[in-house]
Design a protein around this ligand. Structure first.
Ligand code: SAH
Length: 264
């Protein structure tokens, strides 16, 4: 215990912008089992590019039209979003949609978040390269890759073992072998690697898990959607002060998949 949470609503412009767009983090039900990383041309729909340059062009367009235009300005985030091959983190039959302005199913009822939400959450962590970040909810591994591309030391936990294995394969194939991941209930954090400069939670619990608060370094940031299962939640960015108190900033309404538990 010990940490107090004081919440204040701020950044009304951003709040409204997110509301207007109906930001989707990790929402919607997936269909079918997860596929592993996809190659650009084969198995893809008609509109999938066949060269790396074409994928790069899609990423440029994604950043310009979906991310920078909505106010994400951190150069580290923008550069990472321009670099990470998102199409290697979506199922093979969906590669032509990899850079679309929406979440995509990755199997097991889970989703890879909308690119804008990945960028928004990454920026809200206020990262300094070289720091240690914990992600709860590895999913496809895409968010972890973005954080690694930003120069962070990334630890990521996924509760569904099949997704954890798929994410590890995606991260290796995309060139991010440094990301350390495991299959476990992320409610408990990852004590042996704490403290973390930042913690990002990409599934929505109904409260802030106390172990994550304890494992956040003083001065650190935690970005987490909180709210009822299957409904609209609130995206919070918390800062931890030297006294261990969390101060929260409301980043607006979002819709994430539920934070699940392996035990009571
Ligand atoms: N960050 C992911 C998005 C994942 S969707 C990406 O970039 O693709 C959220 C993920 O959180 C799902 O894969 C879900 O299985 C996982 N999850 C839900 N509850 C969890 C928990 N208690 N611990 C770890 N992972 C959890």
């Amino acid at each position: 215990m010990g940490a107090h949470i004081r919440c204040r609503v701020s950044r009304p412009v951003l709040f409204l912008a997110v509301l207007a767009m109906g930001a989707a983090g990790c929402s919607g039900a997936g269909h079918g089992p997860s596929s592993s990383a996809a190659l650009p041309s084969t198995l893809a729909g008609d509109s999938a590019p066949t060269t790396m340059d074409a994928w790069t062009a899609r990423r440029e367009r994604m950043v310009d039209s979906q991310i920078e235009s909505r106010g994400v300005a951190d150069p580290l985030v923008l550069e990472a979003m321009r670099s990470v091959p998102r199409h290697l983190f979506v199922p093979a039959d969906l590669v032509s949609d990899a850079y679309g302005d929406f979440p995509l199913p990755i199997g097991y009822g889970q989703t890879i978040s909308q690119p804008y939400v990945v960028a928004l959450m990454s920026e809200a962590l206020h990262l300094q390269p070289g720091g240690r970040v914990l992600e709860v909810g590895t999913g496809s591994g895409y968010q972890a890759a973005v954080l690694a591309e930003m120069g962070m030391e990334v630890y990521s936990i996924e509760i569904i073992p099949e997704l954890a294995a798929g994410a590890a394969a995606n991260l290796a194939a995309a060139g991010y072998p440094s990301v350390v991941s495991r299959a476990a209930d992320g409610y408990w954090g990852w004590e042996e690697h704490a403290p973390f400069q930042a913690i990002i939670v990409t599934a929505a619990p109904d409260h802030v898990p106390e172990p994550l608060v304890a494992q956040l370094a003083p001065g650190g940031r935690m970005v987490i959607p909180i709210g009822p299962v299957g409904a609209v939640q609130t995206l919070w960015a918390f800062s931890k002060d030297a006294a261990g108190e969390l101060v929260g900033e409301n980043l607006g309404p979002v819709r994430f998949v539920p934070f699940t538990r392996t035990e009571g």
